[in-house]
Design a protein around this ligand. Structure first.
Ligand code: ADP
Ligand code: MG
Length: 454
């Protein structure tokens, strides 16, 4: 016969969920799949069949142990201790006293959709997800810094911002700062150039926060001054036990241009990666995005066949997958037709090339480069000579020459330039890459975004 704790387990779980303000994602990830293995001498032995949970027992114990124990005793009128089954000897450790709150207000450019609730967990991101959640539950405590890397479009920014949302949801007074390394660089340059913000004020701004989310760190590597300033901020936050989360397109060991003493800092906490999703994950992500659109009041109707078609044929990354969905929905709306497979095939004819090699066009490269540098396609095609536009244009020409197989005169046409300008620019970037590390990094990221199948 079941023990009273086992009999009441569902009630106990419900109580834990509702009484202690535990967020949905924490509850679902760590608590909902726990069960009572046995009760002996006033000790409740708790376990789970999910290894993601048993591997994290010490975390669960320290974060939620007290809640679980209190709930059991509350609902059974008992006086039980609890033990997580694969814990060696120690009893649960009490939940730590919350950090003193610092009151800072600052607008956050966080995307409201980039939450843990909207993140589909699967084999390719399970470890990164569990780790990010743990860091969010105990900021600054366990994984500092948390370093997430992976190819473009696989969910780094989404996961990183989920941490920010989670922390703010638990404590709206926490000061969470999300920046891309571009923003960081530009602010630093501005503070030096215009004198609007003194270097001291710049440092103060970045030191006075509780959580730093710095996205795409690769862009500051090799820019000496920015890099130095970043590590200054890093050290100050690290010493103050403030959570730092870093994303990048590659692991720290691949930053060969970076000094050892700096590089090792990235590994002080935990390094996790995101890899490409499999078919089932792609289907689940598409379904999640469709649900999101429904909840925003968009009444869209998409055949399951269309979802499988996209999941089967789009292999590059999740961003492209999402772009494909948007395109299909848009076309269905314009044509006032249901989103059938025929319509999807038509809408995605330049993205999906089933069983064929992807064709990379000059227009595609120009789009990717423009988006990357936050300028417009027409800027690239214009005659403007400002450095902010001329350099991206040269880079786009170089990439076009490397990855489209177009001859120079065709590239000239695509860029509205004569063919000697193309030859000059392509050469210029090719040579500059060899000596300018920052430029080389940028180009490698762009190649990643273009994602050629070679
Ligand atoms: P990255 O920063 O790695 O380039 P993003 O975080 O911008 O990638 O993700 C690209 C798009 O894919 C975003 O719209 C994001 O919401 C979506 N996405 C990525 N991974 C997932 C996931 N596991 N579940 C749901 N959406 C995802
Ligand atoms: Mg990103």
């Amino acid at each position: 016969m079941d023990h009273i704790v086992q009999e009441k387990w569902d009630e106990i779980l419900e109580f834990i969920k509702t009484e202690y303000g535990i967020t949905n994602v924490s509850y679902k990830t760590w608590i909902s799949n726990l069960y009572v293995k046995k009760v002996q001498d006033n000790t409740v032995y708790i376990t789970s069949d999910d290894t993601n949970i048993t591997d994290n027992f010490s975390h669960i114990s320290s974060k939620y142990g007290i809640f679980i124990q209190t709930a059991i005793n509350e609902l059974t009128d008992g006086d039980y201790n609890i033990k997580f089954d694969n814990e060696s000897d120690s009893d649960i450790t009490p939940v730590g006293v919350k950090d003193i709150k610092i009151n800072h207000n600052q607008g956050l450019p966080l995307n409201p959709d980039y939450t843990f609730d909207n993140f589909v967990v699967s084999k390719n991101n399970q470890l990164a997800h569990a780790t990010a959640l743990k860091a969010a539950e105990s900021p600054g405590d366990i994984y500092n810094p948390l370093y997430i890397y992976g190819d473009s479009g696989l969910g780094k920014t989404h996961l990183m911002q989920s941490i920010g949302h989670f922390i703010l949801e638990n404590d709206p007074e926490k000061k969470v700062m999300y920046v891309t390394s571009d923003t960081f660089t530009n602010e630093l340059i501005d503070s030096i150039r215009t004198g609007n913000m003194s270097p001291a004020a710049f440092r103060e701004k970045y030191r006075n926060i509780d959580v730093l989310l710095i996205d795409d760190i690769q862009f500051i590597i090799g820019k000496d001054r920015t890099q130095e300033e970043f590590f200054y901020t890093f050290n100050a936050l690290y010493e103050a036990k403030k959570q730092i989360v870093i994303t990048s397109d590659k692991p720290p060991k691949d930053f060969t241009a970076l000094d050892d003493r700096y590089r090792s800092r990235f590994g002080w906490g935990l390094i996790v990666d995101l890899t490409s999703p499999d078919y089932e994950t792609k289907v689940a992500i598409l379904q999640k995005k469709i649900d999101l659109k429904h909840s925003e009041g968009n009444n869209i109707d998409i055949d399951d066949e269309v979802i499988s078609y996209m999941a089967e044929n789009i292999n590059s990354n999740i961003r492209t997958l999402e772009g494909a969905l948007t395109k299909v929905i848009a076309l269905a709306k314009i044509q006032k037709m249901p989103a059938t497979k025929e319509l999807a095939e038509y809408a995605l004819r330049d993205i999906c090339t089933p069983n064929q090699k992807k064709v990379i066009t000059p227009a595609f490269i120009i789009e990717v480069v423009a988006e990357h540098f936050h300028i417009s396609v027409s800027d690239i095609l214009s005659l403007k000579k400002d450095k902010e536009i001329a350099l991206p244009r040269q880079i786009a020409m170089y990439l076009t020459s490397e990855y489209t197989g177009c001859i120079t005169s065709r590239i000239g046409e695509a860029f509205n330039k004569d063919h000697s300008t193309v030859i000059y620019n392509v050469k210029k970037i090719k040579f500059a890459r060899e000596t300018d590390r920052a430029l080389d990094e940028t180009i490698r990221v762009l190649i990643n975004k273009i994602n050629p199948d070679i």
